[in-house]
Design a protein around this ligand. Sequence first.
Ligand code: NDP
Length: 281
Amino acid sequence: MAVPDLALNSGQTIPQLGFGVFKIDPAETADAVAEALEVGYRHIDTAEMYGNEKEVGEAVRASGLDRGEVFITSKLNNGYHRPDDARRAFDGTLEALGSNYVDLFLIHWPLPTLYGGDFVSTWHTLEEFYRDGRARSIGLSNFQVAHVQRVVDESEVVPAVNQIEVHPYLCNEEVRAANAEYGILTEAWSPLAKGRVLRDQTIGAIASRLSRTTAQVVLRWHVQRGDIIFPKSTTPIRMKENFEIFDFELEAEDIAAISTLDRGEPGRTGPNPDVFARVPR
Ligand code: NDP
């Protein structure tokens, strides 16, 4: 039941299934990550915004695993898009993680209505971290099609990933297609729509037929579509359940049936990236 490794355009590989730590209290993060590593997860998705990078680093060190065995992603917070701020923030991320590199570093939000809409110079600053080897891969998060297009047109390094909201109620196909066109892998955040898809009758019926849980069927849908996922759970039994999705397959008709649940914009659980503009004080 090995988790597949996907090839990034940087030459690195990333485990297709990871563990997300958004909204896990810093005081509980080290225990949650330790539990996840025990279950078998080898990919942790954190962010400066989550306030728990330090605890992620502590748990990885305490696990006895080599640093190279665990893929860690972090993200540039919204207040630090200007190049000098981004450089300081990136130093802070490495210090918090207690590591001299991060596997993947993302611009958390494009913030097209702030900073004069200039997320491209922020991207060029991430290119510095990539070139000096402190970020093994770099990428985007919450970039819409037009934003991806600008980064690709105006930069040398093509982003390795674009981490966007994707789940059965928001399939986000246009952004996924733009990512694919440029060889950018899609990472699907809130893969369970924060739990909202778990009471869905269509998915529930498929799960009953396959003797799987609804969460497992949804996560399997993502995996078979080729996206990278990192469901969050602080419940050990669910962490295990979410990890056990590589010993069954969905038929094409089941994948299609789940994809028809797409509600478009109203299906979002989070903000629309075109207008999202929250910066920490
Ligand atoms: P998820 O879609 O992963 O859902 C998490 C919720 O589902 C929690 O309430 C959890 O409860 C519950 N849950 C998890 N597994 C199961 C299960 N098997 N059965 C029943 N309930 C379950 O939402 P998140 O928003 O946490 O997204 C996952 C990750 O995506 C984040 O941790 C973060 O890394 C990333 N993310 C990135 C964003 C970005 O802007 N780039 C934005 C949002 C998320 P419990 O913990 O109680 O078990």
